[in-house]
Ligand binder design. Structure first.
Ligand code: G5P
Ligand code: MG
Length: 224
């Protein structure tokens, strides 16, 4: 396969994390970063930056662009992804126009710009219910849902057996704010990537409807 440098966009709860897990299982040469997971791990480790970002996440605001871009650049360097041969997927970053410009600058230096952006288009009316039933395994970022994909043992991670936790921003009030912010930011981002001819939308109100489309799309687009 040709190298894939993919950004997954989608409203909170649209299934970015869920689709990412499925992609990693089927396309084993692809690696992934979730910006939300990186932030939650910083908070959990009680780093200085973690203390600062905790209040943004808790009230559903975006973490400032400069902090976010710095964290992501460090992570891309640490993983040695800033080269043309690596295949990877970003879940949740960039999510503002400014972040998109910063990322292009960083990636451009190694000639490894994003070559695909996929937005998951899910009816926002069906999402809130998903969020309220979500539990996560914080260290790995694995996501569960009490209805859709429950853990094998209630409230325990399938792989490690460790306890699952709730996210501080998974409540109706904060969720609505996150959704409003998403709807406010997504227009310019869509336009930015449409202009570059790398933007694609996949619609469906279930992850099981979206994934076969995503998988087919990636296979066709990146087959060598
Ligand atoms: P995150 O962590 O990036 P969001 O808000 O973008 O958070 P979220 O909530 O993680 O996105 P998701 O990954 O799109 O949603 O969805 P998911 O976890 O896969 O699925 C949601 C739930 O639905 C799960 O329980 C899943 O099992 C279930 N599910 C999936 N599919 C189905 C289905 O078909 N049916 C049913 N019934 N259930 C299903 O960002 C969090 C915060 O971090 C900061 C911000 O403060 C943000 O609010 N942040 C950033 N700030 C600035 N810039 C950035 N780039 C930032 N990135 C993160
Ligand atoms: Mg997620």
């Amino acid at each position: 396969m040709k190298p894939l440098r993919l950004l997954l966009l989608g409203a909170p709860g649209s299934g970015k994390g869920t689709q990412t897990s499925k992609v990693l299982k089927d396309f084993t040469h692809i690696k992934a970063i979730s910006s939300g997971d990186i932030l939650r791990q910083q908070i959990n480790a009680q780093t200085n930056i973690g203390k600062e970002i905790s209040r943004y996440i808790k009230n559903g605001s975006l973490v400032p662009d400069e902090i976010m871009a710095r964290l992501l650049e460090t992570e891309l360097q640490r993983r040695q992804w800033l080269n043309r041969d690596a295949s990877w997927l970003l879940d949740g970053f960039p999510r503002t126009f400014t972040q998109a410009s910063i990322l292009d600058e960083v990636l451009g230096k190694s000639g490894a710009n994003l070559n695909q952006v996929v937005e998951l288009d899910v009816d926002q009316k069906v999402i809130l219910q998903r969020i309220e039933a979500r539990w996560i395994h914080l260290p790995s970022g694995r996501v569960y849902n009490l209805d859709y994909n429950p853990p094998k043992v209630p409230f325990k991670d399938d792989v490690t057996g460790e306890p699952l936790s709730k996210r501080s921003d998974d409540n109706a009030e904060t969720f609505q704010k996150r959704l409003d912010i998403y709807n406010g930011e997504i227009g310019p981002l869509r336009d930015y990537y449409k202009q570059k001819n790398i933007f694609h939308t996949i619609s469906g109100n279930s992850s099981d409807i979206i994934y076969p489309q995503l998988s087919r799309y990636l296979s066709e687009k990146f087959a060598s």
